[in-house]
Design a protein around this ligand. Sequence first.
Ligand code: C5P
Length: 245
Amino acid sequence: MGLTLEQAAGRIMVALDYPEASAAEKLLRELDGIPCYMKVGMQLYYAAGPAFVTMLKDRGYNVFLDLKMHDIPNTVKGGANSITKLGVDLFNVHAAGGKAMMEAAMEGVEAALAGGASVKRPTVIAVTHLTSTSQAVLNDEIGIAGPVDEAVIRYAKLTREAGLDGVVASPQEVIAIKAACGSSFKTITPGIRPAGADIGDQSRIMTPGDAVKAGTDYMVIGRPITSAPSPRAALESIIEELMSV
Ligand code: C5P
């Protein structure tokens, strides 16, 4: 495939899962100069707020705001409106909120752009089933019968019908999602573990190289980078793996 360093780095979303801005800033210093995507999730956002997102944008990073909205349509519309005005590049909702909720998210985006927000249209994606959700949890706890991949495809199709740009899913599901929803439908995949790395609480995992081979558009990687003795060395090694695929 022959990805350049910029292309490989640009497909990696580093999960800044930290309790406060100072810890995340320390990682930013360590990774300085590497043109990867940055992901701000609920832990950091609830602690450091919109100012942290604005700082990342000012430093030139592409930003994924991973707040996984799941509420009544009117509330999600308002949330999507506020997030769009922040200028993030990508954000998400839960497909489990249903089609009307996802459509409301898109209306919130359009209202922000029509209202004169001087930002580009963010990519909007939906979480299908969390990569920590196993077959047993899906069937016995969530109460959805059948295999995980069928449940994921069902949500992916619903997401496309609602007009969103793609889904968050396991890298193991990328090929089936692209087959069902088209190759331009984006796949963002957590559950990435380099060979030999700790699995942690993830369940449906794949290595970075295999995820790229499967056609994933962006991979979200947290602990294999943030908990490594040298986060920079860990990220560089993943970039090299992607460049050699
Ligand atoms: O540390 P790890 O690589 O497991 O981090 C994965 C990141 O991706 C976390 O920030 C987690 O919140 C996020 N995520 C996920 N599964 C989803 C959506 C997001 O693991 N379906």
